[in-house]
Design a protein around this ligand. Sequence first.
Ligand SMILES: [Fe+2]
Length: 357
Amino acid sequence: MSGGTVASQTQADREEFQADLAADNLQPLWDIVGRIAARAPSRGGVPIHWPWGGLRDHAMRAGNLITAEEAERRVLVLENPSFAGEGRATSSLYAGIQLILPGEIAPSHKHTASALRLIMEGEGAYTAVDGERVVMSPGDFVVTPSNTFHDHGNETDAPVMWLDGLDVFVVNLLNAPFGEEYPESAQPISRPDGYSLERFGRGMLPHGFVRSEARSPLFWWPYHHTRAALDGMRREEQADPSLGLRMDYIDPTSGQSPFKTMTASMSLFPAGYRGVPYRAISGAVMTVVEGAGTVRVGDETWHVTKNDVFVVPSWNWHSFTAEEDLVIFGFSDEVLQRHLGFWREERDAAAQIGIRA
Ligand SMILES: [Fe+2]
């Protein structure tokens, strides 16, 4: 037969062949290659914005209907409509709004997935990790590394809410989930509140410290430290044309992200900032910690204010405009994509030239 000539085959022959293949658990790649090896990213979900007013109302309503203990975690999952029923915010990230009412405990458990929290409302609730409590305030960043027992409690007289972020879909992709409840609702406390920050958050390490576990011994980054770092950066450095003044959270014993799967950062966009459109291969979930501004993602434009949450899906052009000093927390799968060698980012060169002219 000469190359490329298959005229003797009929459609019926092909269909019969496909049926025979399917019966033996085989698929012709030429039929499915577009689905399994796309030429460009297109399945990261859609841009989506949740204004805080609606989120808070729904969370408080959940507070009337179910206890934190009954729910194990009283969380409203931020679900991207592209992944209806799957609970994904982006293709790889989970995000939720968690509420703990006065007197409640979210019982102690552990799981393979790593979790991060960004406190949105309420002062004085605690997270306990590995025998230590931290008392949380708005803007604080708290992590619970993979397989560490953690519980939350609210001994104040006001509701406490935060943004949860987990790498659970990476865990599930690899079919690696394990989980366990602690026998008591609260784990025993063996160290003073906030001790890990004293020990590991001062640019020093205890003499003889050996990093034996691939996880951060620091799990609380108070907002007043973060904000001071951003203010210092602002005094001395030019803002990035797209990313503003951005600081990434690190494990002080590795110099790397506290997680192997997620990068978390806090960015300051000074009043009057007009960002150049930018896109990266990492999908991200972001929330406004202070200020107000405009965020453009793909074809969407949103006015954002404190505690609004939004999704920037992978490879979507986006930009930030700040009416007043705008502080935005974000988490993404950047560190994982960099580690895997997938990293790509682009700035809109034409817009950049226009702004600098
Ligand atoms: Fe958990």
